[in-house]
Design a protein around this ligand. Sequence first.
Ligand code: ARG
Length: 579
Amino acid sequence: MTIRTLLNQRFQTAMSAAGIAGECNPNISLSTREGFGDYQANGAMAAAKQMKMPPRDLAQTIVDNLDLDGIADKLEIAGPGFINIHLSPDFLARQASAQGAVLRQGQRSAENPQTIVVDYSSPNLAKEMHVGHLRSTIIGDAVVRVLEHLGHNVIRQNHMGDWGTQFGMLIAELEEHLGVGQKPEMALKDLEGFYQQAKKHFDDDAEFATKARNYVVKLQSGDQHCRELWQLFIDISVAHSEEIYRALNVTLSHSDIYPESAYNDDLESVINDLEAQNLAAEDQGAMVVFLDELSDKNGNPSPVIIRKSDGGYLYATTDLAALRYRSKTLNADRVLYFIDARQSLHMKQVFTLARKAGFVNPGISLEHHPFGTMMGEDGKPFKTRSGGTVKLANLLEEAVQRASALIAEKDPDLSAEERSEVARKVGIGAIKYADLSKTRTNDYIFNWEAMLSFEGNTAPYLQYAYSRIRSIFRRAGVDADTLSAAILIGEPQEKQLALKLTQFDEVLEQVAAEAYPHLLCTYLYDLASAFMAFYERCPILKDSVSPDLRNSRLQLASITAGTMAKGLELLGIEVMEKM
Ligand code: ARG
């Protein structure tokens, strides 16, 4: 149990003993200022207002009824009725040890395990993955790792865009390349270039355009030849994405791909269902739903086209079918979508309509977790120097190259092999961390120097902090993973470090609930800083330090290293023993 939960329970008991209504929340939070204790309970004020009582008096009554024996040393009432809680060092020492034991067990078991479907990455296969897919892929993956670590049943859904009108043009182009004897892998080596070429062909050549349109229809009606060309294209495009996933250290596997085309056979029944329920109606030949729930400020309902007048289905139709599958077949308790903020209206429409139509079970939680745009130094969406889209593959390559140059300068002693390993982990880690550490919903500016800096809230700083702790163990000749010593808390820096260590699970639970990985980043950065403060003030390997104290400090260091490694692993970032 986290300390916050424990305090919450004890306060709830005290509040009900003090005659306060059950719905009043103790409102436990971490103290934000030094001298205000470690945690605060701020619920007395709201309760007092409701009971028309002086808040400080009510706070005193709560404290009188509170049993925090063995947990807190001191309680004080401050300001208008805050209750400051000073935790006992012995309690913190025990909690920190318990945290160390949990880390060694690996994955936890959730008190209420849920089935959680997570839709992330989901690139369109017509083109190569570009920076626009980076955020969904790495933010989604971090949240998935945290949910899984907490013991939930996570089902990844890579909703790849493998269907739609562009594929007519692409397979017609592919057919021509193969016709002159080219191998498919060669023709599609540069997917981005291939797309541009096909597009130009389509725009300039009327005959080709007609054929491409024709192929869309043939493809959708199951024509063998078109299907084969399409499959060839899809397989190569998927392989491109999977290369990126490997390079990015992302956990998506082949079996997580459940693309748009998987719902082809469900689309007609989606329309029929909506029509039968009088939710959809024909409008100028198209099938449209008007949602009053999402009306604009003039009272006009929000239109959702679910079938075009030419009979084609849309992005929203597929998403409705996907939601029905996720709720009724996968039995999801929650469905999380990591998609660009620009698709917020689309998601709102799909969620509203799915609920209205009974496509999802009533208790399900449908969550769009949007994110902002990655910007260049000029404050405009990130582009190449010539204004093109930046391929993810090139970006990752550049990251590793830059990291390699940096490492060569910093650690000339590393062997070439070690250096390439470190460069890969640092370069990829830097890109991921720079993104994950920003509040998801904001835009952010992509900056190589900042993300590769060894100072501040960056991956290299945290990776370096980890290696440094591990080097203490090498010098001490002690195995950090099997060490088992009592923690003794004397110095304030020891207390602060133990307190930080005990908050790991609290942070993970918050990340799981709100899908904000930056909370974990901030935590890890604070933990590293708490360790640095401890390390400066509390010698470990000096002769003057008694064996018990030395082992206690080594124990704190070992739990810190374990927490950092686990935290970074949950962000999808690798650590190393030496750097
Ligand atoms: N393929 C879409 C895009 O690249 C993202 C799909 C997100 N998932 C979904 N179920 N709509 O914009």
